[in-house]
Design a binder for this molecule. Structure first.
Ligand code: HEM
Length: 373
């Protein structure tokens, strides 16, 4: 299909509606522009108000050379830029025809497996991309963890998000193979302009999060910095992805009072409990106990299937967090809460991955150009 989605809209006589009217179909989260620019100093999808829907995939690269990797990132970047304005890549699969761009963002990350002799990148692994340690309570599955490349797709329309992932998988054929894939919904709040959402535990999520409008906080805690990060990563960020299964039946059985003690907040209002239990999740994860460190949490809930043993729905949180350096942000915080906070009896990390997300691409360029050129 060579036609752009926009051309399709005009053929259908819809152009008179204007972009703003079309944007309204995308969902309530962002009343702002329907298009999030792909090109810019930072990749879209990090300091972007979190959209309603997620598709996340990790890929293993099968291409055997740096040139093959470069071609993939170039094709992915070009297609992502097109899809983010509602245009269709060549050979498009078609399921987003007629749909608005829905604030689509695509964010690419590089896993440790890229920094090997195969791609001539052995000496280039950034120090903050150090392997995560094992944490108490981890029950990690190899097939749900790791990956040479991480791709986060977000949009306010689930079909637009799936279409983008579908296209990226199609373009990757012969160069990279999907290792794990997960759909998510019910974002963590990351914007002062969004109402706070609730996660599947029934609590508001994002109350004490970094808000993307607070640019000096984002600057300090989210973007990679010198000297820890090399020049090709400046303006980028490190993404920790943790697939955390929630035992929903046990959580329901615990009752509201115990749930509130586990989190440290009132379920309905989100206000902090007084006094705050010593092992409350928000206490052990707080900057006060973690050397002032913070994370940009940008996770999504997932569901799928029924647990054969309990009959409970299989649910969880794809916990995604962006930061300048996981060695002083995610890792110490996770060390403090793992097996120790009030949530621990109810949650089991079953997947884990870490990616270095390069800065944004310049128009006509591609993500990772600073490393791969
Ligand atoms: C299934 C797993 C998890 C659930 C359901 C969960 C849920 C929550 C909830 C309900 C809050 C309070 C509202 C808010 O401030 O957003 C919160 C806060 C927070 N969570 Fe989690 N969380 C999970 C895992 C994690 C993990 C793995 C980390 C980091 C290692 C983390 C770090 C934080 C931080 C830093 C805060 C804010 C603390 C503060 O300063 O008040 N959470 N989480």
């Amino acid at each position: 299909m060579g036609a752009t989605r926009r051309r399709f809209l005009s053929a259908a006589g819809l152009t008179g509606l204007g972009a703003g009217a079309l944007a309204g179909r995308g969902g309530p989260a962002t009343a702002a522009a329907p298009v999030v620019p792909f090109y810019g100093p930072h990749q879209a999808g990090i300091a972007t108000p979190a959209q309603e829907h997620l598709q996340f995939a990790a890929f293993d690269v099968t291409a055997g050379s740096k040139a093959g990797l470069r071609d993939l990132l170039r094709a992915w970047s070009t297609a992502s830029a097109a899809m983010s304005v509602g245009a269709a890549p060549a050979g498009d699969t078609g399921e987003a025809v007629g749909l608005a761009p829905a604030q689509l963002t695509v964010t690419f990350g590089f896993g440790a497996g890229l920094f090997t002799a195969r791609f001539g990148l052995a000496g280039h692994r950034p120090a903050p991309l150090a392997e995560l340690p094992a944490f108490p309570g981890d029950a990690l599955q190899a097939g749900l963890s790791g990956g040479d490349l991480g791709v986060q797709v977000c949009a306010n329309d689930p079909q637009v998000a799936f279409h983008a992932m579908h296209e990226l998988m199609r373009l990757a054929r012969g160069a990279a193979r999907p290792r794990w894939l997960l759909a998510g919904f019910g974002r963590t709040g990351t914007s002062t302009r969004q109402p706070l959402p609730r996660n599947l535990l029934g609590f508001q999520d994002g109350t004490a999060n970094i808000m993307v409008e607070h640019t000096s906080v984002v600057e300090q805690f989210v973007w990679a910095q010198a000297p820890a990060s090399p020049p090709w990563m400046r303006g980028g960020s490190y993404l920790v992805a943790r697939r955390i299964q929630v035992s929903l039946g046990a959580w329901d059985d615990a009752g509201t009072a115990a749930q509130q003690r586990a989190v440290g907040r009132h379920k309905l209002t989100g206000t902090q409990l007084a006094p705050l239990p010593a092992d409350a999740h928000i206490r052990l994860a707080s900057p006060a106990l973690n050397d002032g460190q913070r994370l940009l949490r940008r996770g999504y809930s997932y569901t799928g299937g029924a647990d054969a043993a309990t009959g409970d729905p299989v649910t969880g949180l794809l916990f995604l967090c962006y930061q300048a350096d996981p060695r002083r942000q995610f890792t110490p915080i996770q060390r403090r809460i793992a097996g120790a906070d009030g949530l621990s009896p109810f949650v089991t990390p079953i997947g884990s991955a870490l990616f270095a997300c390069p800065p944004g691409a310049r128009r006509g360029g591609y993500v990772g150009e600073g490393l791969l050129r």
